[in-house]
Design a binder for this molecule. Structure first.
Ligand code: PAF
Length: 280
């Protein structure tokens, strides 16, 4: 695996790959790699001839009171995992100037109204920051395809919208959420869970699954949201939101046959967890 940390070396290497006609896939990450990330790399490998992973903890997507400084940094373990999973190139920008020349030039990249609901409501500006870094990584790499996890459903939706506008030839692959045996979705922030909360956290997914079954019987969205919220609170979760939407992140009418998704964000102690489940 080739490891590069400057934009110049990275761009030169990309040019070389392009001149050889390689099909390039990109898996952007913030590191602290887990089975979820590794599944994205496996999908990328199947669909391209060269897989590039980036590890960059993007300051623009963290608010001042968030965990940018304490975000888990596990670079040596990450490198081992990437080598074992046959990643071809790792780009770890050595500072933020290796990604962003001039952030002001990216002011046009706004997530818009669908970036201001759900997680965007509790993390104002978060998705603008995500779009800026993903845009720059696409701009530098010019990949043929890129893989993102469905666990970050709203992020994936907004990236797809941005790609339609600015990178119409780029294929975005949506990868299924990878869960531990107990149902808990893999996430880098799970490493913040303490001994007690690690046993409670898997209930999050179970309560959401029950909620979907209850909605199918009752057809009452408002009541189901209230019941899910109550059950989550009874089990020590602090609820940021529980929301039933179409997969286009819009409200749906009762009895509609559109593809839907239940999205939720909670806090367990100091740890934020998000999850979602698609259904008809
Ligand atoms: O999902 C993530 O890890 C990040 O939001 C991403 C897409 C790598 C951008 O920093």
């Amino acid at each position: 695996m080739i490891i590069l940390d400057t934009k110049t070396d990275y761009k030169n290497h990309i040019d070389l790959l392009k001149s050889k006609g390689e099909i390039i896939s990109l898996v952007p990450t913030m590191g602290n790699l887990h089975n979820g990330h590794l599944s994205l790399i496996k999908i990328a490998k199947k669909n391209s001839s060269k897989v590039i992973t980036t590890i960059f903890i993007n300051p623009l997507q963290f608010a001042k009171d968030e965990d940018f400084n304490s975000y888990p940094r596990t670079i040596n373990q990450d490198i081992d995992k990437l080598k074992k999973n046959n990643c071809d190139i790792l780009f770890i920008p050595k500072n933020k100037n290796e990604v962003f020349d001039n952030v002001d030039n990216l002011d046009h990249l706004k997530a818009g109204p669908k970036g201001e609901i759900l997680c965007g409501k509790i993390r104002p500006g978060h998705f603008d920051g995500v779009l800026k870094v993903v845009y720059m990584l696409f701009y530098l790499t010019k990949p043929d395809l890129s893989v993102f996890g469905l666990k970050d459903f709203q992020q994936l939706y907004l990236i797809k919208q941005m790609v339609k506008k600015y990178f119409p030839k780029l294929k975005i692959i949506s990868a299924p959420t990878i869960r531990d045996k107990n149902g808990l979705a893999f996430s880098s922030r799970n490493s913040y869970l303490n001994h007690k909360s690690i046993n409670i956290a898997p209930l999050f997914y179970k309560i959401l699954l029950d909620g979907i079954n209850n909605l199918k019987n009752s057809k009452n969205v408002e009541k189901t949201i209230k019941d899910i919220t109550k059950t989550l609170e009874k089990n020590s979760f602090l609820v940021n939101y529980v929301s039933f939407l179409t997969t286009e992140l819009e409200n749906f009418k009762p009895n509609s046959f559109e593809k839907k998704v239940l999205l939720s964000s909670v806090k367990l102690g100091q740890t934020s967890l998000i999850d979602n489940i698609e259904f008809i």
